[in-house]
Design a protein around this ligand. Structure first.
Ligand SMILES: [Fe+2]
Length: 265
């Protein structure tokens, strides 16, 4: 019998350096991503869709994007990516080809991939802007018969953090106002915060995913790296989208030392 669910895996905030030997906040994020992709390849079914949700490359280096596209050839998953505030959108569009899809139809679902890097404030903030909001409205009109999952980098909900809330999605109010007209939106996934969250907001299941690179401690006034060992590991989010519009999801944390999942939350 064919399984009617749509299987997704979200990997986010890889922060690859243009020089792969360069560390990011003291971590070898290149090796972490390699090991994570190998792990996903050995544990997830081939029909899984891999979503890379921004801050893929730390300073938008061309070499890093090219290396990543080669890495992705070694996994069987159909893959798509969106930019974060640290990415170079033009480079991604130039070298990503099929990775740059904006709308993906999968069974009873429509995935809408948004670019939230408009109007940057230089500190990490980003917005959808009028063009992207118009694209969202047009796409939701077109796919009114589908369950919809929205994919974007910046969190549209507060994480109660003095340094992170000023750099959340800048036009979140307009985004949520628009969504009031569309009851078919079941879920929203984002990156950016390097933390796990799950909210019900305006009746929508909103989820953030910890990073594949480093994690940030919750509820801090200044940027603070996570110091709890159980929460420091590189992580990813699994999602299953049912034909009835339900979302089953969990975050997995990946222990690089022994190639095991050490916890799921
Ligand atoms: Fe990030």
């Amino acid at each position: 019998m064919i399984n009617p669910t749509v299987k997704l895996v979200q990997v986010t905030d890889c922060h690859l350096q243009n020089d792969p030997s360069q560390l990011y906040r003291h971590q070898d994020v290149e090796t972490q991503l390699d090991q994570l992709l190998t792990h996903l390849n050995s544990t997830l079914p081939e029909e899984t869709l891999l979503l890379l949700t921004g801050d893929i490359v730390h300073h938008g280096g061309a070499d890093a994007y090219r290396r990543l596209t080669v890495k992705l050839e070694s996994v069987p998953f159909d893959t798509a990516w969106i930019p974060g505030n640290h990415d170079d959108t033009a480079l991604m569009q130039a070298c990503g080809e099929r990775l740059n899809r904006r709308v993906i139809q999968a069974r009873d679902w429509c995935l809408i991939l948004l670019n939230s890097t408009s109007e940057p404030d230089g500190r990490g903030s980003g917005a959808l802007g009028q063009t992207e909001l118009a694209f969202l409205r047009q796409t939701l009109d077109e796919y009114s018969h589908k369950h919809c999952l929205i994919v974007l980098h910046h969190n549209p909900v507060s994480v109660e953090s003095g340094w992170q809330d000023p750099i959340m999605l800048a036009d979140a109010d307009q985004f949520w106002e628009l969504l009031k007209d569309y009851r078919q939106v079941r879920g929203i996934i984002c990156g950016h915060v390097h933390q796990e969250w799950r909210w019900q907001y305006q009746g929508v299941d909103v989820m953030s995913c910890p990073a594949s690179s480093v994690q940030f401690k919750k509820r801090c006034d200044e940027m603070t790296l996570e110091d709890m060992p159980a929460l420091q590991a590189p992580a990813y989010r699994l999602l299953e989208l049912s034909e009835r519009g339900e979302i089953i999801s969990q975050v997995k944390r990946f222990n690089l030392a022994d190639d095991q999942n050490i916890s799921s939350v």
